[in-house]
Design a protein around this ligand. Structure first.
Ligand SMILES: Cc1cc2nc3c(=O)[nH]c(=O)nc-3n(C[C@H](O)[C@H](O)[C@H](O)COP(=O)(O)OP(=O)(O)OC[C@H]3O[C@@H](n4cnc5c(N)ncnc54)[C@H](O)[C@@H]3O)c2cc1C
Length: 557
C-alpha cells in the first residue's frame, strides 16, 4: 500500500535548536565569546536531548505515567509523597544538572562566572518544545532560588539555596510557590493560612488549594499571615517551608489530593494542608507580598518562554506534516492557503520570540539592580503585555497545528493534542488576562506607564529607516497614544472594560517595533517576516493584492 505520509515518526533524531535563526542571533547578541561558545555547545546537546529522549518520556508521563499521590507508607504513616515515573526522574536530574536554575546564581565551572537569565530562558524554551509541564517545576525552582538569594538571611539561605541551585554536587531541592487558597487565587489578599509563633519558631496552619510540585519540592515558598498582622496583602509574610524535617519525616503537612488536570500532567498539583509545619521567615515579615510579586514576574516571563516553546513545536510539527502529506494529488505545502497559515505562523513566532528576549534584556538589568525607576515600570509593563499575548498565541498555534494535521491532529499518537492541553493553562496560572489588565491600569494610573511606553516606542522607531511599514506603524502609534491618554481619564469601570483590548494593541505595537528593528539589523528573511507580520497584525492587506506568504514561502521557511 502507498505510504500516506513520508515519515510518521517525524521527531526522531531531531534537535530543537537546529534551524532556529532567531534564537541563534539573540544568543550572539547577548553572550560574550567564551560564554557564547559554551552556551551554543550546551544548548546543542540539550536541544537534541529535548527532541528525543525528553520528548519520549514526556509522552509517557502525559499518557500513562502521570504523578500519583502516595499518602501513607507500608506502616500506615502519613508520608504525603508523590510517585513519578523513572523517565521523569531522569528528565528532572538531567535538566537541573544543566544549571538551568543553578547557573543564574552560581559560577559555571567551565567559565568561572555566573550564567544569566538569557541562557536559562533559552534552555527553558528548548525544554518547553517537549515538556512544558515540567518547565513549571523548573519555573517554581527558579522563583524559589530568586527569593532565597535576594531576601533570605544567611542562615536560611545557607540551609536551602545550595540545594535549590544544585547541579549534582549536593542533593537537589526543587522549589514551589504556594499562594492560592480555596477562597482566592487572583485575590491573594483574602489568604487566611496562619503563621503561629511557638517556642521561637513559626508554624503554619491552614490549606493551600493549588500547590504545584507538591511532594516533589524540597522547599516551598509560602505566603501566610502572622497573628495580629493586617488584613489584605499587606499582612502576608513570606516563609520558606521544608517538605521534610532533618530526620526525613514530613514537616507537619499533608497532601489532600492531586488535581486531575486537563494538561501539564508532568507537574503534580496538589491541595496541601499545613498542620504545624515549621516555617522560616524570609526577609522583612511586612514585605511578603512584594517579594512574591517579584517572583511572580519571573514566573510570568517563564510562562512566556513556555508559550514560545509550544508555539515553535506547533510550527515545526505543522511545517513537517504539511511538507509530507498529499491531498488531491499535491503536497499540502503546494496550496496557497497552507502557505499562508505557515507563513503567518513563522512571522508571529519569530517576532514573539524576538520581543520576549528583547524585554528579558531589560529584566536582567532590573534584577542586577541597575535599572532606573522608569525602566522598572516598563519592565513590569512588558512582562504583563507579553505574558498575556504569548499565552494566547500558544493556544492559537496549538489549534493551528491540529487543523494542519486534519484528523490526525486530534489523535494522541501525535503531539498536537498535548500541545493544546498544555497550552491552555498558560493563560490561567501566573495571572489571568483580567488580572494582567488590572496590572496595566495600576501601572498607568500610578506610574504613567503609558507615557513611558509611548516615548520608548517613539524613540526606537526614530532609529528605524523610513519605509511603508514604518509609516503605517507611526500612524498606529499616534492612534494608540490618543487612546491611552483618553484611557487615563476614564472611571474605574470603563478602564477595566477597555484594558485588555489596549493591552493587545500595545503588545502588537511593541512586537512591530521589534520586527522593524530586526529587519533593519538583519535584513533578508527578517524583512520578509516583518512584512508578513505587519500586514497580518494591522490588517494592511487589501483584497487581491500580493500574496506575500506565498511569494516569500521558500525564503522564510
Ligand atoms: C494547574 C494549575 C496549577 C497551579 N499551581 C499553583 C501553585 O503552584 N501555586 C499557586 O499559588 N497557585 C497555583 N495555581 C492557581 C492559579 O494561580 C490560579 O488558579 C489563578 O491565579 C486564578 O485564580 P483562581 O483560580 O482563584 O480564579 P479566580 O481568581 O476566582 O478567577 C476566576 C475568573 O475571575 C476573573 N477575575 C478575578 N478577579 C477579577 C477582577 N478583579 N476583575 C475581573 N475579573 C476577575 C479571573 O480573571 C478569572 O477569569 C495553579 C492553577 C492551576 C490551574
Amino acid at each position: 500500500m502507498t505510504k500516506v505520509l513520508q515519515d510518521m515518526t517525524a521527531t526522531k533524531q531531531r534537535n530543537f535548536l537546529a534551524g532556529d535563526e532567531t534564537l541563534r542571533l539573540i544568543l550572539e547578541d547577548r553572550l560574550d565569546g567564551p560564554f557564547l561558545s559554551y552556551a551554543k555547545r550546551e544548548l546543542h546537546l540539550f536541544g537534541e536531548r529535548c527532541a528525543n529522549e525528553i520528548d519520549e518520556r514526556a509522552k509517557h508521563t502525559d499518557r500513562e505515567g502521570e504523578p500519583r499521590l502516595v499518602r501513607y507508607d507500608k506502616y500506615g504513616e502519613e508520608v504525603s509523597s508523590v510517585w513519578v515515573n523513572e523517565g521523569y526522574r531522569q528528565t528532572v536530574q538531567e535538566t537541573y544538572d544543566t544549571g538551568i536554575v543553578g547557573y543564574v546564581h552560581k559560577d559555571i565551572p567551565d567559565l568561572g562566572h555566573r550564567g544569566n537569565y538569557t541562557y536559562s530562558f533559552a534552555q527553558g524554551y528548548l525544554l518547553s518544545h517537549a515538556e512544558p509541564g515540567f518547565y513549571c517545576p523548573v519555573t517554581l525552582t527558579m522563583a524559589t532560588a530568586y527569593l532565597l538569594d535576594h531576601y533570605a538571611d544567611e542562615d536560611v539561605k545557607n540551609r536551602f539555596l545550595p540545594h535549590v541551585c544544585s547541579t549534582g554536587e549536593v542533593p537537589l531541592f526543587e522549589g514551589a510557590t504556594f499562594l492560592t487558597e480555596r477562597q482566592g487565587g487572583s485575590d491573594v489578599g483574602a489568604n487566611v493560612v496562619r503563621a503561629v509563633s511557638e517556642d521561637g519558631h513559626y508554624r503554619l496552619h491552614g490549606e493551600k488549594y493549588f500547590a504545584s510540585n507538591a511532594g516533589m519540592a524540597g522547599v516551598a515558598m509560602v505566603l501566610a499571615r502572622m497573628d495580629g498582622a493586617p488584613e489584605g496583602t499587606k499582612g502576608l509574610t513570606l516563609f520558606a517551608v521544608p517538605w521534610r524535617r532533618d530526620d526525613g519525616s514530613v514537616n507537619g503537612l499533608r497532601i489532600r489530593r492531586l488535581k486531575d488536570k486537563l494538561g501539564v500532567r508532568a507537574v503534580p498539583s496538589g491541595e496541601v494542608e499545613f498542620d504545624g509545619a515549621l516555617a522560616y521567615v524570609v526577609g522583612d515579615p511586612a514585605k511578603g507580598i512584594h517579594y512574591m510579586l517579584e517572583a511572580l514576574n519571573l514566573s510570568r516571563i517563564c510562562n512566556s518562554v513556555a508559550s514560545l516553546g509550544i508555539m515553535r513545536r506547533a510550527f515545526l510539527e505543522s511545517k513537517e506534516y504539511a511538507s509530507r502529506r498529499n491531498a488531491f494529488g499535491k503536497r499540502l505545502t503546494d496550496y496557497p492557503m497552507v502557505k499562508d497559515t505557515l507563513g503567518k505562523m513563522a512571522a508571529k513566532l519569530h517576532v514573539e520570540t524576538a520581543a520576549v528576549f528583547d524585554f528579558i534584556k531589560l529584566y536582567e538589568k532590573v534584577t542586577d539592580g541597575e535599572a532606573s525607576q522608569e525602566e522598572q515600570v516598563l519592565n513590569r509593563l512588558y512582562i504583563a503585555l507579553l505574558k498575556k499575548e504569548s499565552a494566547e498565541q500558544a493556544i492559537h498555534f496549538a489549534h493551528e497545528a491540529i487543523e494542519m494535521h486534519g484528523g490526525n491532529g486530534y489523535i494522541e499518537d501525535f503531539v498536537t493534542p498535548r500541545l493544546l492541553r498544555d497550552a491552555q493553562v498558560l493563560t490561567v496560572w501566573e495571572g489571568t488576562a483580567n488580572i494582567l489588565g488590572l496590572e496595566l491600569i495600576r501601572l498607568v494610573n500610578k506610574y504613567a506607564a503609558h507615557k513611558l511606553f509611548l516615548n520608548a516606542m517613539r524613540e526606537r522607531l526614530v532609529m528605524v529607516p523610513d519605509s511603508e511599514m514604518k509609516q503605517s506603524l507611526v500612524v498606529e502609534l499616534e492612534r494608540l497614544g490618543n487612546d491611552l491618554i483618553a484611557f487615563t481619564a476614564y472611571d474605574e469601570a470603563l478602564q477595566t472594560f477597555e484594558a485588555k483590548s489596549l493591552m493587545k494593541r500595545m503588545a502588537d505595537m511593541y512586537e512591530s517595533v521589534v520586527a522593524l528593528e530586526w529587519s533593519r539589523k538583519h535584513g533578508g528573511r527578517f524583512t520578509k517576516l516583518a512584512e508578513i507580520f505587519m500586514e497580518d497584525t494591522w490588517s494592511l492587506r487589501k483584497q487581491g493584492e500580493q500574496m506575500k506568504t506565498v511569494e516569500f514561502f521558500e525564503e522564510i521557511m
